[in-house]
Design a protein around this ligand. Sequence first.
Ligand code: ZN
Ligand code: FE
Ligand code: FE
Ligand code: ZN
Length: 270
Amino acid sequence: MIADYHIHTSLCKHAEGTPVEYAKVAVARGLSEICFTDHAPTPHGYDPRNRMELDQFPEYMQMVKEAREGAPIEVLIGIEADYYEGCDDYLSNWLESHNFDLVIGSVHYIGGWGFDDPSQKEAWKRADVSSVWKDYFSLVARFARTGLPDAIAHLDLPKKFGYIPAENELVDSAGPALDAIKRAGIAIEINTGGLRKPVKEMYPSPLLLKMANEKEIPICFGSDAHAPDQVGADFDKALCLARECGYTTCVRYRGRNQETVPLPSQGPGQ
Ligand code: ZN
Ligand code: FE
Ligand code: FE
Ligand code: ZN
């Protein structure tokens, strides 16, 4: 069965539910395993409205541990680490000092602009869409080259509000990032959260997922659940997309080690 590797908790200030509640839904839907990947705390004042405080981190670990102990499926502990200017050394040490199963890496900011934040969406109207995407993918490439994340989350996140460059520009800017991801040996996720956003499309698009498959970049699956009911949401569609783009395998993680497994034949119940 299929695993959901992108799940938040109420600690990030914009999600609801405890790990125990998320795990219950995962069991009901027949998922084989789940991994909590709440937004990582930082000491740098980066985007504090969307993450737990540093001193809440032990509480996060404890909550996931409780969910793990009570659940008949595998419950893994991970984190969603954001890439921002100057985070490298801190992040590297911090990740080393915890026993995560999975670190998903994401880019939500270009400079001071939270380009996927609904409250900062107006800036898209004044933006040069093509150069925003270029800047975004060069940050993704830089993050991949650090070797810090195990998988890149929502690869084409800038499409969230529908601002998408021409296909040739998209291919040109994504190509080097995918090459960096490939060289780093890390995966990308099929993230069904995009279906709940204005763009109404999974991350990444079929075009980018086909490019990733040609480069033999592995995939995993994530719902980006911010409420228990979203666990495993639309994974039937995600599996179809993976197959349509040529994938026959996906990866799973334990203690940040990647293992290739056959693509599940069937999605979870909804
Ligand atoms: Zn979130
Ligand atoms: Fe994210
Ligand atoms: Fe997330
Ligand atoms: Zn996310």
